[in-house]
Write a protein that binds this ligand. Structure first.
Ligand code: 6U4
Ligand code: NA
Ligand code: NA
Length: 159
C-alpha cells in the first residue's frame, strides 16, 4: 500500500461567514469545486506544500495555517494507492486572490457551499471546517470517482 501525501486548504472569512473554494479547470477533480491543494513534493513539509499550492493556484500567501483534518481517499481502480490528504484552514491571507490556469477561486457563504458540484465526501465532513473541529476520515470510491462504497469519519481530539 502506498500513501501519497496531499494538502487541501480552505481559506475562511470568519467575520462574513464565507469560505473560499476553487473551481478546478483541469487535472484530477476537473470541474469540481474544492479547496486549494495538491501533491506534497518530496523536498517540502506538508504545510509548506499547502502554502505553495495556495500561491500557485489562487495567488494567495498564507501564514497561519491550522491543521484541522486528515482524510484518506482510495479508488477501486487502484487499491494499492491511498491519497493521504492533510486538511488546513487559514483565516488570513496576503496578496490578491486571482484566477489561474488551474483554478477559478470564489467565495461561498457557509450555507451555500455547492456540495452537488464537489467531491461526494465533502458534505460529510465540511461542517467540521465551519465549526473548528478536528476530524479524521477514510473514503473508498468506486472507479467512477462518484460513488462512495465505504467510509469512516470521526471527530478527534488531536491529529
Ligand atoms: P498536478 O496538476 O499534477 O500538479 P497537484 O495540484 O499537485 O496536481 P492535485 O490537484 O491532483 O495535485 O491534488 C488533488 C487534490 O484534490 C488535493 O488537494 C486533494 C484533493 N482531493 C482528492 N480527492 C478528494 C476527495 N475525494 N475529496 C476532496 N478532495 C480531494 O475534498
Ligand atoms: Na491541485
Ligand atoms: Na497544483
Amino acid at each position: 500500500m502506498i500513501r501519497r501525501l496531499y494538502s487541501l486548504v480552505f481559506i475562511r472569512d470568519i467575520l462574513n461567514r464565507k469560505v473560499l473554494l476553487g473551481f478546478k479547470k483541469r487535472g484530477f477533480g476537473k470541474f469540481k469545486w474544492n479547496g486549494l491543494g495538491g501533491k506534497v513534493h518530496s523536498d517540502e513539509s506538508i504545510i509548506d506544500g499547502a502554502r505553495r499550492e495556495a500561491k500557485e493556484e489562487a495567488c494567495v500567501e498564507l501564514e497561519n495555517l491550522k491543521y484541522v483534518g486528515y482524510l484518506e481517499f482510495q479508488f477501486e481502480y487502484d487499491m494499492n494507492d491511498i491519497m493521504a490528504t492533510h486538511v488546513f484552514c487559514a483565516d488570513e491571507y496576503s496578496g490578491e486572490i486571482a484566477e489561474t490556469e488551474e483554478i477559478r477561486p470564489q467565495w461561498f457563504d457557509y450555507d451555500k457551499v455547492p456540495f452537488d458540484k464537489m467531491w461526494k465526501d465533502d458534505k460529510f465532513w465540511f461542517h467540521y471546517i465551519l465549526s473548528n473541529k478536528l476530524f479524521k476520515g477514510f473514503f473508498l470510491f468506486q472507479s467512477d470517482q462518484e460513488t462512495i462504497t465505504h467510509y469512516e469519519l470521526n471527530e478527534v481530539d488531536k491529529l
